[in-house]
Design a binder for this molecule. Structure first.
Ligand SMILES: [Mn+2]
Length: 334
């Protein structure tokens, strides 16, 4: 066996040898982790594997239930069984698998398919590419390497991952390769307009109500470069909304003229504060999130804080201002 076999070839070999497989999406799932995991799930089915389980800590959010195969997602904790292979999608740390982490760790082999800044080394084969706009781009390359036919179902799942993570090709992570892959997926039967309609243009009444309550808390620093909104528990109750219905709210904050860092702080039922961070330009919010044990991408990241809302607000503001001060002093041309 060649020593420097490409990681894709190694992954293909592990998949070809496996009879029993797990495919795992991260907790609080988004369109990319679900689209990638579902596409791989369909692919393994076409490869006639003996057993394929599709796992996620949380149920599939309403807006992603249109994805073909979404009803196959299992959330309950499974008894520990040794699977031949676990394919882990869109996670840089295995604790993002939530209650399924022990089952993944028990698998004979783990393949990681991801595009986040690397954190924990947990996989035997790591298909990690930070230049990919979405994990779905890497799942696409893996499925091509496996010579799986691109059915309309697989194409729809993968394109949903790409559309979600590029915010419909509007974020700077969109590359010529992203567009070429998207074009191929559309030619295989996926529809960009239908995916957009499902993911971005369909909201529940409670989600829009929550958006209004969140935006009514909007604040910014004096120089206008940092803006944030907060969602206390009471707002979720007033709107009758769930945690998943906060998706996209932070982008309204980021869209404000002059804002370089946008934050959304929301109070979980367990009183932990979950934070979404977005930036424009050179400020790497993944590094800020890492200060609080979180992670993500340069322009989109998240973390969880165990303190009160107002303490979290102060701690984050302090940290972001610190990073902004050093990014301007080390890069005066920016
Ligand atoms: Mn992703």
């Amino acid at each position: 066996m060649a020593k420097r076999m490409s990681t894709f070839k190694q992954a293909v070999q592990l998949i070809e040898q496996a009879d029993t497989c797990l495919v795992v999406a991260h907790l609080n799932p988004d369109g990319d982790t679900l689209g990638s995991a579902l596409a791989l799930y369909h692919g393994l089915y076409l490869l006639r594997k003996h057993t394929v389980r599709l796992l996620c800590h949380d149920p599939v959010p309403e807006i992603y239930r249109f994805l073909p195969g979404s009803t196959a997602v299992e959330t309950e904790q499974q008894p520990i069984t040794v699977y031949d292979l676990a394919l882990v999608c869109d996670m840089s740390q295995l604790n993002r698998a939530g209650r399924h982490e022990p089952l993944i760790r028990a698998a004979r082999r783990i393949v990681q398919i991801d595009h986040h800044m690397p954190q924990e080394v947990f996989a035997d084969v790591r298909l990690v590419d930070q230049s990919a706009a979405a994990t779905a781009e890497i799942a696409y390359r893996l499925l091509r390497a496996l010579r799986v036919p691109f059915t309309p179902e697989i194409a729809t799942c993968l394109l949903t991952g790409i559309v979600t993570d590029t915010f419909s090709f509007k974020f700077p992570n969109t590359t010529p390769r992203t567009l070429r892959i998207a074009a191929h997926l559309q030619s295989c039967g996926a529809s960009i307009s239908e995916i957009n309609e499902q993911v971005f243009e369909t909201r529940s009444f409670s989600a829009v109500k929550l958006l209004g309550l969140a935006l009514s808390t909007l604040k910014r620093t004096e120089d206008g470069r940092i803006a944030w909104a907060i969602i206390p528990r009471s707002a979720f109750e007033e709107a009758g909304a769930s945690e998943e219905e906060t998706e996209g709210i932070v982008n309204f904050v980021r869209s404000i003229h002059g804002v370089q860092v946008a934050m959304l702080l929301r109070e979980s039922p367990n009183r932990k504060i979950r934070v979404s961070l977005r930036s424009r330009g050179a400020i790497n919010v993944a590094l800020i999130a890492q200060q609080f044990g979180g992670g993500g991408h340069e322009n989109a990241a998240g973390c969880t804080l165990e303190m009160s809302l107002s303490e979290a607000e102060h701690a984050l503001l302090h940290e972001v201002q610190k990073w902004m001060a050093c990014s301007t002093s080390t890069n005066p041309s920016a």
